[in-house]
Design a protein around this ligand. Structure first.
Ligand SMILES: [Zn+2]
Length: 289
């Protein structure tokens, strides 16, 4: 499942590849995933230019210029890639990227066509991803966005703000709280284990018992790990691909996630696994106190 660093990588790619381009058409063979309806979506996006890309949690927002046809006002395309959906950008004349030949990149269900011949497609084996045309002023009010907590990569998540956030979940285990998107948006199962390993904190520690020093370490670890993951273009354990159909590289840098029974890279103790918030969390019982 794409987590925050993967969606941020896609947003960064789109910023470079599609901003300034005009949409001339839209195709879908799975219209149920297009909202409010396929016809309204196609009419609404055609003739508009992409003027900016935003990310809210794991949702991508493509802001559009005022259009010539159909709906008036400012509109945006909101995309949620859900379980394993991903976006593929194809430049006209460069259609033979060897990555597109990989099976995971061939479940194309939606395509946006640009005036210069480029295309942006959604490949999604499971068909859970969705696209929505929404008035730009209403995007922030969508229920999926309103319910999100503060963004884990947001510039405004200072240590002071993070401390206040911790106070709201005093009695929770830190490993449980980290997965609560309503509390902090963007940390999924993979990065939870990596952040706690970096911070040297046992996943079952109760938040109110963390010292100031530990809180600082946790805040630093959160920022360090997520930024490093964006730099390495995300984690492709199985299915995530970037807009060129290519894997990320952070799976090669994982130190805890998925390493149950293997030796800790710092101390040699065997990595253990427990369940917290219904998902597995991996940790070193010696390094993480
Ligand atoms: Zn260790």
């Amino acid at each position: 499942m794409p987590e925050l660093p993967e969606v941020q990588t896609i947003a960064n790619d789109l910023e470079k590849k599609i901003v300034g381009k005009t949409i001339i058409g839209f195709w879908s063979d799975y219209k149920k995933a297009v909202r409010p309806s396929f016809a309204k979506f196609r009419r609404g996006v055609t003739g508009r230019k992409i003027i900016g890309i935003e990310r809210y949690g794991k949702m991508l927002v493509l802001n559009l210029s005022a259009g010539r046809y159909g709906l008036g006002g400012d509109y945006s395309i909101v995309i949620h890639l859900k379980m394993i959906g991903h976006l593929l950008f194809k430049e006209l004349g460069r259609e033979t990227s060897k990555f597109f030949e990989e099976k995971i990149n061939q479940y194309i269900h939606h395509i946006i066509y640009f005036k210069n011949g480029d295309t942006l497609a959604v490949s999604d084996l499971r068909k859970f991803a969705w696209l929505r045309l929404a008035e730009t002023t209403k995007v922030g009010k969508m229920k999926e966005i309103v319910s999100l907590g503060i963004d884990a990569l947001g510039a405004d998540l200072s240590f002071k703000r993070f401390e206040k956030l911790l106070e709201k979940r005093q009695n929770s285990k830190i490993g449980t709280a980290l997965l609560d998107q309503k509390w902090l948006a963007g940390v999924g199962n993979i990065y939870r284990s990596e952040i706690l390993f970096e911070a040297k904190l046992h996943p079952e520690r109760i938040i109110k018992r963390l010292t100031v020093g530990e809180r600082k370490k946790l805040h630093q670890a959160l920022r360090t790990i997520l930024k490093k993951a964006v730099k390495m273009r995300g984690t492709s354990t199985i299915d995530y691909r970037d807009t060129a159909g290519k894997k990320g590289r952070f799976q090669n840098a994982l130190r805890a996630y998925g390493r149950e029974g293997e030796k800790c890279l710092k101390c040699g103790t065997k990595i253990e696994k427990i369940k917290l918030a219904q998902r597995s969390v991996f940790f070193c019982p010696k390094c993480q106190k």
